[in-house]
Design a protein around this ligand. Structure first.
Ligand code: AHR
Length: 500
């Protein structure tokens, strides 16, 4: 089969905010402890952070890192994580039924970000706390010395403050599993009060209000509307979260997961714009897609979950999904979806970064390695520069149970100062598809690099025993003739092409 892609250069979709290449570090399982932080590891720095992991994080190209949760944040006291380590409290974390030692907190995380070359994005506990604790956290984190909490920060070693710009007003407050879960009405009021209070201390913050934890939530749509009716003038972003996995072995629908993400983004944007009209506002609310990934949630609920009143482990192995080639192809297509909506999605966080549904895995005292999903992230973050362009796709369709007939090929084209990027996915399980991309207007003449994720075994994965089983290979079929790029996409594959 064949597909044809046309690129329209006249009216770009929008500029790509670098914050769409963000990730997420939660106090969950082995993400922090025995993940980024392992004091006894041979590569640990003076604060106990693994340099081998940091090197992979830099290679991944992560721009922002959301912290410290996730569900964890809704039971968190940020004060527990500052000050002398031997005096920090040990707590029960209700979200993941674990013991939290608080050996990593705000200062350690800021140190780690400096080394990773990333910017911290902090989540505030609005589950079990309110605007006063949020104000304290902002004062401690950002304000110049001269008040008790900022002075305390300076005494703890950071005179200048951490300059955190982006703040999440709680986490997944629509979810019944969330500590402090409440109605859209109640949450909207609390988020508005908190945002207003925070802006009195620092007006130029980027504030993210909680949207839905998934498009399938029973309150999806009405949640966004009601929350934004309360907070429209106070916030800049509304969040969206989505995780995908095959249900009942339905791989065709799983491969088309980005269709759901497209619809999700478009529905949230439409809802935000409806509130904009209703309130006669001029500003536009952007989307922070601050949790997205492939996640085998059924595995967590069926086998991983920690339970028992006498069982609160430290850093248990939780949500340690091993990603296959198929997972990486779906993952790459989710990145295509985010970029296709560059006008509205101005921030995003891959959930998560290390060990917990992560592109990077570690073994205590042992190696750190790249999962299959590492590659589409790293390559897209590096190649997708500048702005996203409109593409027209004329491709064969596949029939899926979840989304009906969907194009077998999805794509996005980006254009920056250094050249263009073409990102393509073939969701067909058995057929290779040859694609032509008309490059007219792109002012690019040659192919600088190609990368392909595909394998005869779509279940192939990288593991401790075989860390390099899956690597991207060049897609040697790519060629340009008379201003037209031609490339063949194997079944279940993801391809990226750099053009100069
Ligand atoms: O990323 C794992 C969990 O998924 C997060 O803690 C939560 O926000 C979401 O439900």
């Amino acid at each position: 089969p064949e597909a044809r892609i046309t690129v329209s250069t006249a009216a770009p979709v929008g500029s790509i905010d670098r914050r769409v290449f963000g990730s997420f570090v939660e106090h969950l399982g082995r993400c922090v402890y025995d993940g980024i932080h392992e004091p006894g590891h041979p590569s640990a720095d003076e604060q106990g952070f693994r340099e081998d992991v940091l090197e992979l994080v830099r290679e991944l190209g992560v721009t922002t890192v959301r912290y410290p949760g996730g569900n964890f944040v809704s039971g968190y006291r940020w004060e527990d994580g500052v000050g002398p380590k031997d005096r920090r409290p040990v707590r029960r974390d209700l979200a993941w039924h674990s013991t939290e030692t608080n050996q990593v907190g705000l200062h350690e995380f800021a140190h780690w970000n400096t080394k990773a070359g990333s910017e911290p994005m902090l989540a505030i506990n609005l589950g079990t706390r309110d605007e006063l604790a949020a104000l304290d956290l902002l004062e401690y984190t950002n304000l110049p010395v001269g008040s008790t909490l900022s002075d305390e920060r300076a005494a703890n070693g950071a005179t200048d403050g951490f300059g955190v710009k982006m703040w999440c007003l709680g986490n997944e407050m629509d979810g019944p599993w969330q500590l402090g879960h409440r109605s859209a009405e109640d949450y909207g009021k609390l988020a508005s009060r908190t945002a207003k209070a925070l802006r009195q201390l620092q007006p130029d913050l980027d504030l993210v209000v909680c949207g839905s934890s998934g498009r399938g939530m029973p309150t999806f749509g009405s949640w966004e509307r009601v929350v934004l009716e309360h907070t429209y003038e106070d916030v800049d972003f509304i969040s969206a979260h989505a995780y995908y996995e095959p249900h009942d072995g339905d791989v065709d629908s799983f491969l088309a997961s980005a269709v759901d993400m497209d619809r999700f983004i478009e529905a949230v944007a439409a809802t935000a714009d409806a509130v904009k009209a209703e309130l006669r506002h001029d500003k536009t609310i952007f989307i922070s897609f601050d949790e997205w990934n492939v996640w085998y949630q059924s595995r967590y609920h069926d086998t991983d979950k920690v339970e028992g009143l006498d069982n609160w482990p430290i850093a248990p192995r939780l949500l340690e999904d091993v990603y296959t080639v198929t997972d990486a192809v779906v993952f790459g297509s989710l990145m295509i979806s985010l970029l296709k909506h560059a006008d509205r999605v101005k921030a995003a966080s891959l959930a998560q970064l290390v060990n917990v549904i992560a592109p990077i895995m570690t073994e205590p005292g042992g190696p750190a390695w790249r999962q299959t999903t590492f590659f589409p992230f790293a390559i897209t973050a590096r190649l997708a520069q500048g702005e996203a362009l409109q593409v027209g796709i004329d491709a064969p369709t596949i029939t899926t149970k979840a989304y009906g007939d969907v194009p077998a090929v999805d794509a996005v084209v980006t254009r920056g100062d250094a050249g263009a990027g073409v990102f393509l996915v073939n969701r067909h399980r058995t057929e290779p598809i040859t694609v032509t991309v008309d490059l007219e207007g792109l002012r690019t003449a040659s192919i600088s690099e190609t990368h392909l994720i595909a394998d005869d075994d779509p279940d192939a994965a990288n593991t401790l025993e075989d860390q390099e089983r899956v690597r991207p290979t060049p897609n040697d079929t790519a060629a340009i003739q008379d201003g037209v790029l031609t490339v063949t996409l194997p079944p279940v594959s993801w391809t990226a092409i750099g053009l100069t």
